[in-house]
Design a protein. Structure first.
Length: 266
């Protein structure tokens, strides 16, 4: 089983579910290009290239087919992997975020009412950082060091169900250190400023042939992910975990393990 984390986290995003999963699977959590201790080259952050990196790793490790699951940006890479290499994918799980598709072009410039009403536990999510992270050069100048940790803290709060982040201070510190340098911010921004290329690449893929499961923690993201899978997969299922928020494997680890093991089987 390959697990791909998302932004602004690293491999540690899965630390609550790995101990249970390794009882049944050989588990790899991959920090792909631009994340954590992996290289941060100037180019290659489109999901087609990132998934090709993962496929090369799968072959290098000697596997013909693997279970593939991803969260956030990792879900986008996981879909691109399954779409490009269906013969190397048993099943696919996407958590809370779809691969970039035409629907991304309809995200409003100005936030709809209610998106920042934290008392509304099922408020719609407004991903304004998609735009900020797409601006060349600026985010790494604005956010390096402690400023990035302030940004991350806001996200952990905003995207957590009930406004209660499921991370300890120790866990947050791990995520802070992974994105504190200008180089790390610049590389992670690469995952966002390639969204338009990802949308174009999606049009070149055949409709996904392997079974796919979408897992979401918000009503709004569940709707978007379900819409994407209905358009781009022939065999799909959608599940929403109540009270999970965006940080699915950390806020609802037991439910996540149950869904993964039931879907992937042996």
């Amino acid at each position: 089983m390959f697990l791909l984390p998302g932004w602004p986290q690293n491999w540690y995003a899965y630390h609550k579910i790995m101990p249970e999963l390794v009882k049944k699977y050989h588990v790899y959590v991959v920090e792909y290009r631009g994340m954590g201790s992996s290289d941060k080259p100037p180019t290659g952050y489109d999901k087609k290239t990132l998934s090709s990196d993962i496929h090369a790793l799968v072959k290098e490790l000697g596997y013909d087919k693997v279970h593939m699951a991803g969260h956030d940006i990792g879900a986008q890479v996981a879909y691109a992997y399954a779409a490009q290499f269906p013969e190397a994918t048993t099943k696919l799980v996407m958590m809370d975020v779809p691969h970039p598709f035409e629907g991304f072009l309809s995200i409003p410039l100005l936030p709809p009412p209610g998106v920042y009403v934290m008392s509304d536990k099922e408020r719609p999510i407004y991903p304004w950082w998609f735009s900020l992270n797409s601006v060349p050069d600026l985010p790494e100048k604005l956010l390096q060091g402690k400023q990035m940790s302030i940004f991350q803290d806001w996200l952990f709060y905003y995207l957590a169900f009930g406004g209660k982040p499921p991370m300890t201070q120790e866990t947050k510190d791990i995520y802070y250190s992974a994105y504190s340098s200008p180089d790390a911010i610049r590389a992670s921004n690469g995952w966002y400023n390639t969204f338009r290329q990802d949308i174009d690449d999606l049009k070149t893929y055949k409709k996904l042939s392997v079974p796919a499961l979408g897992i979401a923690g918000w009503d709004s993201t569940a709707h978007t992910l379900e819409e994407f899978l209905k358009q781009n997969a022939t065999d799909m299922k959608m599940v929403k975990i109540n009270k999970a928020g965006h940080w699915i494997s950390e806020q609802s680890p037991q439910e996540t393990v149950k869904l993964l093991t039931e879907f992937f089987g042996t």
